[in-house]
Design a protein around this ligand. Structure first.
Ligand code: C5P
Length: 408
């Protein structure tokens, strides 16, 4: 169940005895790879302490709407934007009524109103309260608006009665929350991604490289894991913070030079269904690598360079030799005439898809957190407007999954 990896889950806790299970739920969500932030209503704090929820979620708990300090940090709008999904567990009858009627008189109801991510409720209440026509009407209103109801279940209740109204068990809630994201699009697929720059040695201490941070390739690897794929990431040298962002489920092979990247890719590519070349591979390397440090005894110096192997083209070319080639996706960084150059590159390298981006645009490109892509494939294309590299990576993976299914 990789679809919760790196997902931002906003866990709302309302006032009900089942709130004691919310701590277990938060822990299980984190175990599944999600980042969890908790918003508690005043009623919830009567049943479980914010300190407990802070400890299990690993984040400060959010309690108040009109708290200037909280609003200066992660206020209600920031929380709503942060969430990839909202799960309210337990959801009391009162909270369902508030949400159904659009009230926004505390932090949780306000965040729900301000949020365009999927919202799921795990109702928990006495069976009579659940069966009451008011609650049932609210439930239908919410469902008609796309709010998902996870439960309630049947069984013995805290009040001693037996019937419908028990909160769905935390493990099951985790699975249902994962289901909100499961496009299932790449489940069972083997994906290989290259990322980062390469370094081409000049001598024992110097090298030629480029400004790629690896952020885009790492985000693509994470998005492929989220979509259910088994992912191998062949990475050039990137910073520790980029490496730290990658889900544990990705198997990473570190390389330095284009030749090493070529070797790492070509020795494993026969097992993969999809290859995404996001690395900024050096096109040239020094013809000779000096064994020791080159001394500055000359006024000037000439470097003789030779071409590196084109990894992406080599992967795509497997098909023409009758071997099994993966669905092959390349990147093209262009400074002018984006479509013509990208299409020409796609044809020249026999790629299934190319993702082109402008270089030198403010706020996008190599080191930035955002990018914008234009995709081209045989007979079609699509614009992915500027947004975070994580969001773009998820969109790209969803489109690749669609095209892979079309091809098969
Ligand atoms: O031809 P150009 O370098 O612009 O193509 C960029 C695409 O080709 C990227 O996807 C990059 O990862 C890939 N590439 C490669 N091996 C090279 C050069 C580029 O795989 N030696």
């Amino acid at each position: 169940m990789n679809s919760l990896v790196n997902k931002h889950i906003l866990l709302g806790v309302t006032g009900g005895i089942a709130a004691y299970k919310s701590a277990d739920l938060a822990r299980r969500l984190r175990d599944a790879g999600a980042q969890v932030r908790v918003v508690m209503t005043r009623g919830a704090t009567e049943f479980i302490t914010p300190l407990t929820m802070q400890a299990v979620s690993g984040n400060p708990v959010h309690l108040h709407l009109l708290d200037p300090q909280a609003e200066a940090g992660m206020g209600h709008i920031a929380l709503a934007r942060w969430a990839d999904a909202v799960l309210v567990a337990p959801a009391s009858a009162n909270f369902m009524a508030k949400l159904a009627h659009g009230l926004a008189d505390d932090l949780l109801s306000t965040v729900c109103l301000a949020c365009d991510a999927p919202i799921a409720l795990a109702p928990a209440m006495n069976r009579q309260m659940w069966a009451h026509p008011a609650t049932q009407a609210n439930r239908h209103t919410l469902e008609a608006r796309g709010v998902r109801l996870f439960g309630p279940g049947e069984g013995e209740q805290a009040c001693g009665e037996v019937g419908l109204g028990r909160m769905t068990e935390p493990q099951h809630l985790v699975e249902m929350t994962a289901g909100l994201f499961e496009i299932g699009s790449l489940s069972g697929k083997q994906v290989m991604v290259t990322a980062g720059p390469t370094r081409e040695a000049l001598d024992a201490v110097r090298y030629i490289s480029n400004r790629s941070s690896g952020k885009m390739g790492y985000a693509i690897a994470a998005a492929a894991v989220e979509a259910g794929a088994t992912v191998t990431l062949v990475s050039g040298p990137v910073t520790a913070s980029i490496v730290a962002g990658i889900p544990a489920h990705v198997s990473r092979i570190d390389v330095e030079s284009a030749a090493q990247m070529y070797e790492a890719v070509m020795s494993r590519v026969s097992q993969c269904d999809i290859f995404i070349g996001a690395a900024a591979v050096a096109d040239y390397r020094p013809q000779r690598v000096a064994a020791s440090k080159i001394k500055k005894t000359h006024a000037d110096i000439n470097l003789a360079l030779e071409r590196t192997p084109d990894i992406l083209a080599s992967v795509a070319a497997l098909r023409s030799t009758g071997q099994d080639a993966p669905f092959t996706v390349g990147f093209a960084a262009e400074t002018d005439d984006l479509e013509a150059h990208a299409q020409a590159k796609r044809a020249a390298k026999a790629l299934d898809m190319i993702a082109a981006n402008w270089v030198g645009q403010p706020g996008t490109g190599f080191d930035s957190d955002e990018n914008a892509l234009t995709l081209f494939w045989e007979g079609g294309g699509m614009q992915l407007p500027q947004s975070s590299k994580e969001k773009l990576a998820r969109q790209l993976i969803a489109i690749i999954a669609e095209r892979v299914h079309v091809r098969n």
